[in-house]
Design a protein around this ligand. Sequence first.
Ligand code: SF4
Length: 124
Amino acid sequence: MSAPGTKEMICISCPISCRMTVYEENDSIVVKGNKCGRGKVYGEEEYLAPKRMVTCTVATDSEEFPRLPVRTTASIPKETIDDLLQELYSLNIRLPVKRGSPLIENYHDTGVDVIATMTLPGRA
Ligand code: SF4
């Protein structure tokens, strides 16, 4: 039986997908099952403050291209994702937009932007 607070997780830092067990012991985080240091970093971060990349689409002013795919430039804290999605769903982007253009910069001082992942033309 695992100790209270123990989390089982799969490292998503590479395709090997190590199964890891993460728990606290003597005021430090113990990561087991990782095959490399990246897994230890991922396990500690996932245990203490899980983060995720966000991808979705936002509305545009175009009838021809009504949705623009977007993504965050890095992972953001899981607890901020719902607020970010609400903000993204309220947007209506005026086309044209170039791939990589920032739609939201430095979201809530996280240093993370939301960018367009596709170039869409404006009205002809
Ligand atoms: S622990 Fe290392 S080897 Fe295992 S999935 Fe993560 S990055 Fe890959």
